[in-house]
Design a protein around this ligand. Structure first.
Ligand code: ADP
Ligand code: MG
Length: 327
């Protein structure tokens, strides 16, 4: 079989499977589906699976796996501007190890309580270690954040700092001598315990023109907004938010590469019309979350970069693709 990208597979086999239903406001293709259940809010629904050895190193602490299994889904609902409510947990375990289960439960529980999510069911089986969480939430359908709304002249923004988690994974895999131990622990913690931007997503609903969560690197995920919206963009890399820890451990050039193409950030990338920029600053002022304007939506399709030297550059790599060819 020839190599197929994850996204080609989804488009070809799954994007329009099943019956056509008028209550599906938004089907496959965004961070979550939006379903009309007859009330004022739409149900936002998503599922993400973490598999040992693919999404986390096999020796990841169980509490981090429990946290992350929920966090990646909270991040998808954040990208829709939805308020998370109910979860289902499907767990596949090689053996019923109680210490492992205690840890997993704690990690999941702490995050679920913080976001007022109830676990209402699931499935437990023996098999290779994997955790799949289905998460539901609520959002007013006309305020939901979609990938398709970016328009010419909109500012492109990201939350937090980018590239930390990919750098943390690199540190774990290389098991490098600890030159900057405190910074390295910070980067590994960013990998293990992403902080889904749920409050920011809700603050952006009705304000941002488009949004996505950054799970596969800024270039790839911004690319999904551009494709869905039928627009292009220029990113100014001088404005990429990079953590002190990332810069100290890896230097500016490698830090930039992680920020553009590394996975697992679980920050939000969103677009806002120029005349709403002041309203945006007011909306995020009280959240304690930094946002950075990193580019502008343009009519010309494709993505262009302005490098740290102020020179135009063509993007070299994109992000992570489960079935793509290795770089
Ligand atoms: P995300 O990174 O936001 O979790 P994905 O890249 O996993 O999103 O998926 C992209 C889109 O394709 C989503 O809308 C998702 O619901 C949909 N999708 C992925 N896999 C399948 C599948 N097997 N069947 C139907 N839809 C799918
Ligand atoms: Mg997503």
């Amino acid at each position: 079989m020839s190599q197929r990208s994850e996204f080609q597979l989804i488009r070809q086999y799954f994007a329009s499977m099943g019956a056509d239903r008028a209550d599906v406001l938004l089907g496959a293709g965004d961070d979550a589906a939006l379903l009309d259940c007859g009330g004022p809010s739409a149900l936002a629904l998503c599922v993400d699976t973490l598999t040992a050895g693919i999404h986390f190193p096999g020796d990841t602490p169980p509490a981090a796996i429990g946290h992350k299994a929920l966090a990646v889904n909270l991040s998808d609902l954040a990208a829709m501007g939805a308020k998370p409510t109910w979860a289902l947990l499907a767990l596949s375990l090689p053996e019923p190890n109680e210490a492992w289960l205690d840890g997993f439960r704690q990690g999941f529980q702490d995050l679920a309580k913080r976001h007022e999510v109830a676990l209402v069911g699931g499935d437990t089986t023996r098999g290779a270690l994997a955790a799949s969480v289905t998460l539901a939430g609520l959002v007013a359908p006309d305020e939901a954040l979609r990938r398709s709304g970016a328009r010419l002249g909109d500012g492109i923004y990201v939350s937090g700092t980018l590239g930390d988690a990919a750098a943390g994974l690199h540190l774990l895999q290389k098991r490098q001598a600890a030159e900057h131990a405190e910074h390295e622990l910070y980067l590994i913690e960013r990998l293990h315990r992403p902080r889904p931007r749920v409050a920011l997503g809700q603050a952006l609903s009705g304000l941002a023109s488009a949004a996505i969560d950054i799970s596969d690197g800024l270039l790839a995920d911004l690319g999904h907004i551009l494709e869905a919206s039928g627009v292009g963009a220029t990113l100014d890399l001088r404005h990429l938010p990079l953590s002190h820890a990332l810069l100290q451990c890896f230097g500016a050039s490698q830090a930039e590469a992680y920020a553009l193409s590394g996975g697992d950030d679980y920050e939000l990338c969103f677009t806002v019309a120029a005349d709403r920029a002041a309203a945006l600053q007011r909306a995020v002022a009280d959240l304690g979350i930094e946002i950075a304007r990193v580019g502008t939506i343009e009519a010309e399709l494709g993505l262009r970069l302005v490098g740290r030297d102020g020179q135009a550059r063509v993007p070299q790599q994109t992000g992570y693709d489960h079935f793509g060819e290795s770089p």
